[in-house]
Write a protein that binds this ligand. Structure first.
Ligand SMILES: [Ca+2]
Ligand SMILES: [Ca+2]
Ligand SMILES: [Ca+2]
Ligand SMILES: [Ca+2]
Length: 158
């Protein structure tokens, strides 16, 4: 199990008919366990998903209206929420442009490299759309930097 689990959700996260589990932990992560149909729960690779500081509550709902269950945590110390969007059983965090599960300065580097140095695009591209205006540009880099260093609002549409 992850360290200091604080909240758990049981829902059919991969839409194969059985209940799966997602666990939020106070080490700032969400871990997804998928059910193989025989109540064997397998921790989903390749990583736990990063959240704000010390998530205390986790819930599952179809937040983007595409039919699958997305996850959201409320984070105690950062006073914000983290939304994990379900994309064919893999979760993506808005702002996680380099896809390592964390929103940090590596994503600023990834975005600036994509925009100005022919670096590879965020995959999926919308993870780079930090300010939710449907385009990926300098405004998203600014939004991300404000979030990381100036206590600005988190990336994503809220
Ligand atoms: Ca399932
Ligand atoms: Ca969804
Ligand atoms: Ca990242
Ligand atoms: Ca944008």
């Amino acid at each position: 199990m992850p360290t200091a689990p604080s909240s758990i959700v049981a829902d059919d996260l991969d839409r194969d008919g059985d209940k799966d589990l997602a666990v939020a932990s106070q080490d700032n992560s969400v871990t997804v366990f998928l059910n193989d149909g025989s109540a064997n729960l397998e921790r989903q690779a390749p990583f736990d998903y990063g959240t704000g500081w010390s998530p205390r509550w986790l819930t599952g709902a179809d937040l983007d209206g595409d039919g699958d269950i997305d996850l959201a945590t409320s984070n105690y110390y950062t006073d914000d929420i983290t939304i994990l969007f379900n994309l064919t059983n893999t979760y993506y965090v808005a702002g996680d442009a380099n896809g390592d599960g964390l929103v940090d300065v590596g994503d600023v580097v990834c975005l600036t490299s994509f925009l100005y140095r022919d670096g590879s695009a965020p995959d999926p591209l919308w993870t780079g759309d930090c300010n939710c205006d449907q385009v990926v540009n300098l405004g998203d880099v600014v939004h991300l930097i404000n979030y990381l260093f100036k206590a600005g609002p988190p990336p994503g549409c809220e």
